[in-house]
Design a protein around this ligand. Structure first.
Ligand code: NAP
Length: 487
């Protein structure tokens, strides 16, 4: 087994927000790994941008400390580290003001690298000013790509306004809206499993699938970002983007080609087929209480009367021929029992069990796509319990987890950002959201939030370390189903 590294052209990558949390934890380590694996070409240059008044040397020290903190020690060697740092630079710029822009222009005017990307890892109110200034200075030529982090809008109106503002300045082919869940290996593997094999597709519909569960559970609370989070909530922070994108990949029709518009057209059709959620019993909101050693949501948000949800579970329906009658249950929350993200596709029971009278049937087939931790795919099957003693049935798992196999061969599972940043350099938008997709997702989410506000709905309290509020269990119990354990 060998790792395939597809080289990219030399690039100028300008990272706005280069001293921030995302840049330190994800972007810098991702670039380092790509550099170490020989994918980042020698001529490439990364320029970090922030308002802080620091010289290049001081910035390189912050990059170096990010490497120490967030890259596995066995991947760090002094020579690679030195060569990587020699590709990095710093430019002090106030994205919302005048400071530093002319210097950036001078720097870029002197560069003939064939790719020029701006990565906006800054607060969303700066997306528009950066786009405007970049356009006005004439540094966004045909080599240009703009990478926009989440959140893309706060609701449909703001997302539309941002789309309009960006598309007035750049063609859609230059805009890369990140949803890092799409960069995860297992998520791409779901597409390979569905569309590169003939086994699943004939069964991939309401005749054979009972329901789908998508869970993104976190153990952390809102510590450190309480004020920001309280103005957003789980529905906007997670469901509108990550969970709906995962739902799209499960529910979409096979695209004609694996190219950006073919894939995104199919995802858009799914989003537009989502039935409006009109039954209040189909959505459950929650907010964590204090635990023995953890503060409550209210304490962390510093708003004792906050009605913002830190948990949401809902029942969605994709109204088309393929999915008629198949519920998609989505659930996400903070301070839950464990950190895990997975998609579970539960098939229907066998129509008639010839074994029923002899032993208990272990249950229907389940395809479990695990995004984290232990990325991988498992298919739950029923087999004969081995050995003498008659015909007894037992559950067995077909395990397609590849993390361990990669490790055995001295390879590693790349982080989503490694894949996505290199896709930007290659000019491949397949795993990025198109403007109309983002709007369609908001168009579905907005009325649910508006309904909560109209009814002054209060989230149900839940214990930290639990699976969320009791009512979330009821959401499935009412349909005679059960959530998979969060573990
Ligand atoms: P952060 O830690 O607050 O960092 C913000 C960065 O922006 C800092 O480098 C800051 O440096 C810089 N900055 C602030 N105002 C600026 C200005 N006027 N001009 C130039 N630079 C400015 O934020 P973050 O957590 O890294 O998040 C950045 C973006 O990524 C946000 O949109 C966030 O929603 C998104 N995101 C973050 C994560 C994550 O895990 N952190 C995950 C997904 C998405 P100075 O103060 O020196 O200017």
């Amino acid at each position: 087994m060998v790792a395939h590294v597809v080289p990219v052209d030399p690039f100028d990558l300008i990272v706005f927000g280069a001293t921030g949390d995302l840049a330190r934890r994800k972007l810098i380590p991702a670039l380092y790994h790509r550099f170490r694996d020989g994918q980042m070409p020698d001529g490439a240059r990364v320029v970090g941008v922030a308002r802080s008044d620091m010289g290049e040397e001081e910035y390189l020290r912050t990059v170096d400390s990010a490497l120490t903190e967030f890259v596995e020690p066995e991947r760090l060697d002094p020579e690679t580290r030195r060569r990587f740092l020699s590709c990095m630079g710093y430019q002090q710029i106030d994205a919302g003001g005048e400071l530093g822009w002319e210097m950036l222009k001078t720097r870029l005017d002197a560069s003939d690298r064939p790719v020029r990307a701006f990565y906006l890892s800054v607060a969303p109110h700066l997306f528009e000013p950066i786009a405007a200034r970049t356009h006005a200075l004439g540094i966004a030529d045909e080599r240009f790509r703009l990478v926009v982090e989440k959140p893309f809008g706060h609701d449909l109106a703001t997302a539309r306004a941002l789309n309009r503002s960006l598309s007035a300045r750049f063609p859609e082919t230059q805009i890369y809206r990140i949803d890092h869940y799409l960069g995860k290996e297992t998520v791409q593997n779901l597409m390979a499993l569905r569309f590169a094999n003939t086994l699943f597709e004939p069964l991939w519909n309401g005749h054979h699938i009972d329901h789908v569960q998508i869970t993104v559970a976190e153990t952390v609370g809102i510590t450190g970002r309480g004020q920001y989070y309280d103005g957003v909530g789980a529905m906007r922070d997670m469901v509108q983007n990550h969970l709906l994108q995962l739902l799209c990949l499960v529910a979409m029709e096979p695209p004609a080609r694996f190219d950006p518009d073919a894939v995104r057209d199919e995802k858009l059709k799914v989003l537009r087929s989502l039935a409006p959620v009109t039954d209040p019993l189909h959505v459950v909101r929650g907010q964590y209480r204090c635990g023995s050693r953890t503060p409550s949501y209210h304490d962390e948000a510093e708003r004792p009367d906050s009605r913002t949800e830190s948990f949401v579970a809902l029942r969605a329906e994709v109204s088309n021929w393929r999915w008629a009658g198949v519920p998609f249950y989505l659930r996400t929350g903070k301070r839950l029992r464990s950190r895990m993200s997975e998609i579970v596709v539960q098939f229907k029971e066998a129509p008639h069990s010839i074994f029923r009278s002899r032993s208990r049937h272990p249950g229907p087939n389940v395809l479990c796509i695990r995004l984290q931790p232990n990325e991988g795919i498992k298919l739950g099957l029923t087999i004969k319990d081995p050995g003498p003693g008659g015909m007894r049935l037992a559950p067995a798992e077909l395990d397609m987890t590849f993390d361990a196999t990669l490790r055995e061969h001295g390879l590693r599972m790349p982080d989503a950002y490694e894949r996505l940043v290199m896709d930007v350099m290659r000019g491949d938008q397949t795993l990025f959201m198109r403007g109309d997709e983002v709007e369609a997702a908001w168009a579905w989410v907005d009325p649910i939030i508006a309904d909560w506000e109209d009814r002054k709905d209060r989230p149900h309290p839940y214990d930290p370390g639990s699976s969320g509020p009791e009512d979330a269990l009821m959401l499935l119990h009412r349909d005679r189903r059960r959530w998979r354990e969060i573990e």
